[in-house]
Design a protein around this ligand. Structure first.
Ligand code: ADP
Ligand code: MG
Length: 285
């Protein structure tokens, strides 16, 4: 019956006071949590056991907790603080990010400078490099799964959702078709892939950060998938003519069909556009 901890172990309510709802996911709800001892605020994701129907659902929760534990602490991850379990739920207490989703920031700001885009993108690539070095692939890289640490323009980005992540072995190919339509890599659609699928999704995010538009789109999932498998990159429509050559060069290097040719996370971090004080222009697009 226990999933990640003894049900009759230490209880969440003894250590934390729960506050307002921060967000909702497929299996549970994320709330503010106040550490009674230190007065520090955290986020608590509570996964309702009533929603865990199959043994696979239970295994998924275990894996999410294991992976979050493995990848914490890191400056690009909303890190794990502690885990509780009671009769009704598994509670994951993690670092709080109050600046909202990167997705909302993209929508509300409308325009980023290339320098701003590069700063956010560097953090996402560092996250993926960190995961891949630990043998974990994320499989759901998209702006909704990155949160800002505060409301300011200087906020940092942190990854919050490892619900679709899994361990990988070198040269092992997996076939599970998961992810989100706009961001999914062509080799995932062909059901034979490895950690390079995260790099492709990063490329889609970069294209969106620079132009506000997804590179591959359609009216429904099928049309989006067709567009991905065609792989045409539009650099003709505004604002692309105004965007720097190194930025376009990086997008092309990442959105490469050939997973062996596709840049790795470590290689992307060495790209001139992205290096600290890189060549990304600091003017609004
Ligand atoms: P799911 O796996 O069900 O998609 P998420 O882990 O993505 O759940 O969390 C759902 C939502 O809760 C997020 O989109 C975000 O708005 C909010 N949230 C999650 N983690 C945090 C956090 N550490 N700090 C603040 N808000 C969070
Ligand atoms: Mg999510």
């Amino acid at each position: 019956k226990d999933i990640v901890r003894k049900e009759d172990g230490p209880q969440l309510e003894q250590d934390y006071t729960l506050g307002r709802v921060l967000g909702k996911g497929a299996f549970g709800v994320v709330r503010l949590a106040l550490d009674k001892k230190t007065g520090q605020m955290y986020a608590c994701k509570s996964i309702s056991k009533a929603k865990l129907i199959s043994p696979e659902d239970v295994e998924d929760v275990r894996r999410e907790v294991d992976i979050l534990n493995l990848v914490s602490p890191h400056h690009t991850v909303a890190g794990l603080k502690s885990v509780y379990e009671d009769r009704n739920a598994v509670h994951i207490v993690m670092e709080l990010c109050v600046g909202g989703e990167l997705f909302e920031r993209i929508v509300s700001k409308g325009t980023f400078s290339e320098a701003d885009a590069a700063r956010f993108f560097r953090s996402m690539v560092e996250m993926v490099a960190h995961l891949h070095a630990l043998g974990v692939m994320h499989r759901d890289i998209k702006p909704e799964n990155f949160l800002l640490t505060d409301e300011t323009d200087a906020a940092n980005l942190k990854a919050c959702d490892f619900g679709l992540s899994d361990f990988f072995k070198p040269d092992q190919r997996v076939s599970a078709l998961i992810g989100s339509a706009y961001y999914v890599a062509p080799e995932v659609l062909r059901r034979s892939y490895g950690p390079e699928c995260d790099i492709w999704s990063l490329g889609v995010v970069l294209y969106i950060l620079l132009s506000g538009m997804p590179p591959f789109w359609g009216d429904d999932e099928k049309a989006i998938f067709t567009s991905i498998l065609r792989g045409n990159l539009d650099f003709a429509t505004p604002p692309w003519p105004q965007i720097s050559q190194p930025a376009k060069d990086l997008v092309r290097t990442i959105l490469n069909f050939d997973t062996k040719q596709r840049a790795t996370a470590d290689q992307i971090l060495q790209h001139p556009w992205l290096r600290e004080h890189g060549v990304a222009p600091d003017k609004p697009l």
